[in-house]
Ligand binder design. Sequence first.
Ligand code: ATP
Ligand code: MG
Length: 391
Amino acid sequence: MEKIILIKYGELTTKKNNRKTFINLLEKNVKNILKNYDIKITTTLVRMFIEVDKKYIDEVVIKLQKVFGIHSIVVAFKTNNNIDDIKQAIVEILKNKNFKTFKIETKRANKNFEIPSMEFSRQIGAFVLQKFACKVDVHSPDLLLKIEIRENTYISTNEIKALGGYPVGIQGKGLLMLSGGIDSPVAGYLALKRGVDLECLYFESPPHTSSNAKNKVITLAKKLNNYSGNIKLHILPFTKLQEEIYKNVPDNYMITILRRMMYRIAHKLVLKNNLKVIINGESIGQVASQTLTSMQVINAVTNLPIIRPVATLDKLEIIDIAKKIDTYNTSILPYEDCCTIFLPKHPVINPSLDKCLLYEQKLNYEKLIDECINNIETVTLNDDKNFQDLL
Ligand code: ATP
Ligand code: MG
């Protein structure tokens, strides 16, 4: 019997006017993630059907579980709409299953099939009772058998919950400030989930930060890229500008000004690369530079929207997601970030904008910022060769 993968769209179905655009992009993303498999995709407004050689079904299902815009995945047996053939298929499917109680759910999308859903469930239920030693339990059955009657009939016993969200890219691209910490990869993941594709920006300060720190960020970007396939990582040499700050700015304002510079750079890169927003892993109150006053003062250098997907999450909630997306173990590797070197003892928690402007007058930052941007090294993560070269 033929097996087929059915994809259910979830939240997409609420997007009435844009539905086609969403589904087309989802199809493109699915094809991209499955490009190494010989597949046949049939896409309709309610389902996507994927046919692939039986031996690859499990692998393909695992890959599909990383595609945003899919609500659930069903591996179904496909048969025609002839009742005897459906019954025979059900016997085949159930004979290897271990169950004492069951329930049948029928969805009759094809109204040319003359038996209504409830009636068909009853008929098939009676048939199963005849063939197998079992009972009906409509509340918590051991086995839920679903029958979808469309142009063909699809029979399944297991629906795998997928990620939901929107197809990556539907919202254009944002620039993720990606550090080696726990928070920013999670922020990137959550932005991808809402359909925002990413370019990533990492500020590195060699020799104060090591190549281990850089490789850690490349690994994190690669992990995020599993959900996109299009991500680029920009590695920006930040040392000169950072040293200029440390030489000229009072200790307690160093981090505030450092972060204002990061935002200025991110702002320029967004405009240069035609992106739409800045995304980062700031979380309210987590450190001195993330109090609301700090955010206000730091944010003042850009009028771009800043998306902070983890702003309202507790650290433990962020860690839960980091573990789920497999970035946690990489993030906790103990390599210095540019924000953690030369950390002042008492960073200001209520910075004043006037003071920032005063201190910044001493810095020749416009020129240094342009120099940083001109010396960016860009890594395309779906190009394995390029990635290997960097490690
Ligand atoms: P942690 O999990 O240790 O908090 P973090 O990356 O969140 O790590 P923070 O000091 O809280 O570190 O920084 C706040 C945000 O600023 C980060 O989430 C990230 O978006 C951005 N950021 C910090 N350092 C860098 C860096 N070196 N390159 C790019 N972005 C950075
Ligand atoms: Mg943080």
